[in-house]
Design a protein around this ligand. Structure first.
Ligand code: FES
Length: 119
């Protein structure tokens, strides 16, 4: 008799209020024993979660903790102006055009917490 395989899932639950649509906020999440700054954006009623790190030179995206430059459903890196689509994290303009922010799966739970998943 063979045992069914069980995949392990890495997940954290965080208590955070849903941000306004298109208004990014930062959340700190312990991922693989390292506290990471993530950017939470609500678009189309869904949470989008990205590492707060630009693929261009690895700088934080915010110009001050939790303060972001936003325009027309895009997020602009404060360092050199790379422009990222909020819905996908894809850089659509700037020095790292075509690259993407590191995304994490996230789901709102019935109790209002946000579940964050990583591989
Ligand atoms: S570090 Fe973000 S555009 Fe250069």
């Amino acid at each position: 008799m063979t045992r069914p395989s069980v995949e392990s899932v890495n997940c954290s639950l965080i208590a955070v209020a849903p941000p306004e649509n298109g208004q990014p906020v930062t959340v700190e999440v312990l991922i693989n024993n390292t506290l990471q700054s993530l950017v939470l954006i609500q678009t189309d009623g869904k949470p989008r979660l990205f590492l707060n790190q630009c693929p261009h030179q690895g700088r934080r995206l915010d110009y001050a903790p939790g303060k972001f430059l936003c325009k027309n459903e895009t997020l602009v890196c404060a360092a050199h102006g790379a422009v990222f689509a909020m819905a996908s994290g894809l850089c659509v303009q700037g020095p790292c055009r075509g690259e993407s922010l590191t995304a994490f799966e996230a789901q709102w739970q019935p109790d209002g917490q946000l579940a964050v998943f990583w591989p």
